[in-house]
Design a protein around this ligand. Structure first.
Ligand SMILES: [Zn+2]
Length: 437
């Protein structure tokens, strides 16, 4: 079958400037020609899609996202999401122009990725964290979340052999993100039926770290738990420290595995894990992907300095799309994101999860372009050919509009990069789900 996408403004994914009046010809599942004319006369192609001057770009390659399989959620191994939510997450990606996604929860198996790809047009792959210490941490550590089951007890070797293209996401347990967001709130909810916010959990943790019994007691009283539980809270705090220590051991094991197998390593990068990421970069160079380098950091100067340092050691710097243009839970402003982009320090863009409410990568590129932080073609490159090259087995022959590449193609509304109008996967136009979010 020959399909023509006529009258488009081509952004090829390789960083070349946009080119108007272009026709992209697709032969079966491959791009066969890029024709620098608005439409080729007497061409037998059918169907014909009139791009109406909209952008024609490669399907996005999202190398860092969560919650796309029936496997354990997040790298702490939470129980899987319901099928309907997995589908909603995949729908969200597809409507945002993503055609290949790497689920970096870590414990899901290759078979679970295959299952997701069977019921959705987005190609789903999974990374691996199946090292012995990680499995032990998730199942027998102080906070087993219950999502990692017998059937997830694969090895890194088996995962890589069967198609996992990377190791990761390694390192979240190391910084204080999880105790504040998950461990402390969940434990208090389970024990006392009391819901504390992230900020309240953080306050309790700070007080416990200073061994300030009076303050811990006062806070517990404030939250309706009572001073009598002060000792119990200190025990909980101790358990979080032990959990983080085990996480650190697991992380070192992941770095060793990446080294041993010569595979890309996706690391959870925040100020709390910076030293570990820097050290891994020293050893592994560009095999290290410093994930979401715009996360949990509010000072643009500081973020820029750290990214530069990681670059100097050869790591690839990734940013997450965040939620600065919608819910603002994780990113109150796009300042850090724009600064890293305008300093030319970003190698890759992904969505990560942002609690399930991530902004579209194309929207971030569009807004960054409006702010003068980056060109559209460079922004698109960071979400297409760059991740395809950084993680070679994730999206082979994809992420670029050139003859011979797989025809994963996005067509947008005229002049609006984030206005996704049509998506092709392996040369076939797929139906876009209703945007009901
Ligand atoms: Zn992540």
């Amino acid at each position: 079958m020959r399909t023509l996408i006529t009258n488009g403004t081509l952004i090829d994914g390789l960083g070349n400037p946009p080119r108007e009046n272009v026709t992209v010809a697709i032969e079966d599942h491959l791009i066969s020609e890029v024709i620098h004319r608005r439409a080729p006369y007497y061409d037998r192609g059918a169907p014909v899609i009139d791009a109406r001057g909209g952008f024609v770009l490669p399907g996005l390659v999202n190398h860092h996202v969560h919650g796309l399989t029936r496997g354990p959620l997040m790298i702490v191994g939470e129980p899987p999401l319901p099928d309907a939510r997995v589908k909603a997450n995949l729908d969200r990606l597809l409507t945002q122009g993503v055609t290949t996604a790497l689920n970096v929860d870590g414990f899901a198996t290759v078979e679970e990725a295959v299952a997701s790809s069977r019921f959705h047009p987005v190609t789903v792959k999974v990374s691996t964290l199946h090292t012995p210490t990680h499995l032990r941490w998730a199942t027998e550590g102080p906070f087993p979340f219950g999502g990692v089951r017998e059937r997830h007890r694969w090895t890194v070797e088996k995962m890589l052999e069967r198609g996992a293209p990377a190791i990761g996401e390694a390192g979240p347990g190391v910084d204080a993100h999880w105790p504040d967001y998950t461990l402390i709130p969940e434990a208090l909810a389970g024990r006392y039926g009391v819901r504390v916010t992230v900020e309240q959990a953080r306050e309790l943790r700070f007080a416990a770290e200073k061994a300030d019994r009076g303050r811990v007691g006062a806070l517990l009283e404030e939250h309706g738990i009572g001073r009598g539980e002060t000792d119990a809270f200190f025990e909980l705090h101790e358990a979080t420290l032990e959990w983080r220590r085990l996480a650190r051991e697991s992380l070192e094991e992941a770095v060793a595995a990446a080294k041993g197998f010569s595979e890309p390593l996706i690391l959870h990068h925040t100020p709390g894990t910076f030293e570990v990421v820097a050290q891994a970069a020293e050893e592994l160079g560009e095999r290290v992907i410093a994930g979401h380098s715009n996360f949990q950091i509010w000072d643009p100067d500081e973020a820029s300095r750290r990214a530069k340092e990681l670059r100097r050691r050869g790591a690839l710097v990734d940013i997450m799309s965040g939620d600065a243009f919608s819910t603002c839970e994780f990113h109150p402003t796009p300042d850090v994101t724009f600064r890293l982009l305008s300093d030319g320090l970003v190698d890759l863009i992904s969505t990560d999860y942002a609690g399930g409410f991530w902004d579209p990568m194309l929207l971030v590129v569009e807004k960054a372009h409006e702010a003068g932080a980056i060109t559209l073609e460079e922004g698109v490159r960071l979400a297409t050919s760059a991740p395809a090259d950084a993680v070679p087995r994730l999206a082979p022959d994809r992420g670029r509009i050139v003859p011979g590449a797989v025809a994963d193609v996005v067509v947008t509304q005229p002049g609006r990069l984030s206005g996704v109008r049509a998506v092709f996967v392996s040369g076939r136009r797929v139906e876009l789900p209703e945007r009901d979010w």
